[in-house]
Ligand binder design. Structure first.
Ligand code: EPZ
Length: 428
């Protein structure tokens, strides 16, 4: 198991390409199950989770071929061609699903295209219980019969396929919205999803589905209308830039007092992040290549609550907390999406941070300096928070269980080295 060795204290500077978004790429890949024609996805990040989704789709009958680098001159990202002439197996096995919860995103497409699906229930997760009740309730509203058996969801569409319906989500859920959007695209009649999630990754998925022939209105709003069609076709789609990766590198610039250009970052998808970072004293400018971020004039404390889009993303909470560890005063960060997403707090405390947690809120009292230490990654974003703290800390930080980072950050150490960081991946 690899670890990341970080010698802190260097100001980062230079340009770094932002990769395609993991959380857009995964549902986009699952959408390829909906059609018997090829889907070409460009700007896909090279990540463990992308490989896992490719394994799963291959198992269902999708031919997955890589066409090499995206050709955007950055050397990052790739082009993938996905084609499912027929669904040969409607079971998503535990062995694959346990590696990645997002595997649940094949449920809607399998049900819509093959009329039946048997998908392993995603197991526990470090950041929260993460049930899938909203996915199941929504698909049941489209006429599916749903049962749970031996750790699997068994779903069967009615004769003639799923039928359109009005679905009101009890809670805003990205995954449930994506599963329903894909399923409803091939359902008979009109579906309306109320209280839908508005994340840019859902808009990206919706745009791709429309390019495949789906009829969808209201993407990016909390009310999405889908008029089902009988068949979807081929499409060629460029995956949006990763707003969470971009935000993470923005904080890398700010926490080291550096100046970094995020090539390809999409400011329109990062408004809440930009607003909070500016409130913290970080300078952010939109430039033709993307975003330019610089720190260096001190870090101001902020008060922030994570929310569904367009609010501040929960996937940036740990990274923001790392920055607030060095703020000039006390910050309050409230995690309102997941009930157990403060696993990084005790690890940051090992580096000298001063944080107290009460319920869903953490009070972070800024300290003058952090000290390098061996720390343990517990989940994807927590580990990025620890790496960011390590970039600013005195001495050496060792981030153990690097595999967490590999799930969501493309060639992290290579990008950090480009920006002048002193980092190395070593076998633990
Ligand atoms: C997506 O997860 C992202 N993952 C997560 O990113 C992200 O944190 C999350 O959205 C919120 O923005 C992918 O896109 C692959 P939700 P998802 O359904 O779809 C509850 C990362 O770091 N809920 O919007 O699983 C749930 O427990 C990952 O890249 C139900 O109660 O999130 C949570 O409290 C981590 N029942 C809330 O809703 C359901 O059926 C939001 O979850 C579904 C969700």
């Amino acid at each position: 198991m690899d670890k990341l060795i970080i010698r802190g204290g260097r100001r980062l500077s230079g340009k770094v390409p932002v990769s395609g978004a993991k959380n857009a790429a995964l549902p986009l890949m699952a959408a390829s199950l909906l059609a018997d024609a090829p889907l070409r996805l460009r700007n896909l990040p090279r990540l463990v989770d992308i490989a896992t989704m490719a394994d799963l789709l291959n198992h269902h009958g999708t031919a997955v071929t890589l066409e090499g680098a995206t050709g955007n001159g950055t050397g990052f990202g790739r082009v993938m061609r996905l084609e499912t002439p027929a669904i040969v197996d409607t079971t998503a096995p535990y062995d694959i699903v346990r590696r990645m919860r997002a595997s649940i995103l094949v449920l809607g497409p399998l049900l819509a295209r093959a009329g039946t699906a048997r998908v392993s229930l995603p197991g526990g997760c470090a950041i929260g219980t993460r049930p899938i009740d909203l996915h199941l309730k929504g698909l049941a509203a489209l006429g599916a019969e749903i049962a749970l058996e031996e750790g699997y969801v068994l779903a069967r569409a009615p004769r003639g396929g799923l039928r359109g319906a009005r679905v009101v989500l009890d809670k805003v859920s990205v995954g449930a919205t994506e599963n329903l959007l894909m399923a409803a695209s091939l359902a008979r009649g009109e579906t309306v999803i109320e209280n839908a999630a508005r994340e840019p990754e859902i808009v990206d998925l919706g745009r791709c589905l429309v390019a495949m022939g789906a009829r969808i209105e209201g993407l990016g709003t909390s009310r999405i209308e889908i008029a089902g069609v009988t068949r979807l076709g081929a499409a060629d789609h460029r995956t949006m830039a990763d707003r969470i990766e971009a935000g993470s590198y923005a904080i890398a610039a700010a926490i080291t007092g550096g100046r970094v250009t995020l090539l390809g970052a999409e400011a329109a998808a990062m408004e809440a992040q930009i607003e909070i970072l500016r409130a913290a004293g970080v300078k952010i400018a939109t430039v033709p290549e993307g975003l330019e971020v610089s720190g260096g004039d001190g870090i101001r404390p902020v008060t922030c609550t994570t929310q569904p889009y367009p609010g501040f993303p929960t996937d940036m909470q740990a990274q923001l907390m790392a920055l607030m560890c060095l703020a000039d005063g006390a910050s309050v960060i409230t995690e309102a999406i997941f009930e157990n997403r403060f696993m990084h707090v005790l690890e940051l405390a090992r580096m000298g941070a001063d944080i107290t947690v009460a319920g869903a809120s953490a009070t972070v009292r800024g300290v003058a300096r952090l000290a390098g230490a061996p720390v343990m990654a517990t989940d994807l974003r927590a580990s990025m928070g620890l790496a960011l703290a390590g970039l600013a800390a005195d001495g050496v930080t060792e981030v153990h269980r690097l595999y967490h980072l590999d799930r969501g950050y493309e060639r992290l150490e290579e990008k950090l080295l480009r920006l002048g960081a002193d980092v190395a991946r070593v076998a633990a």
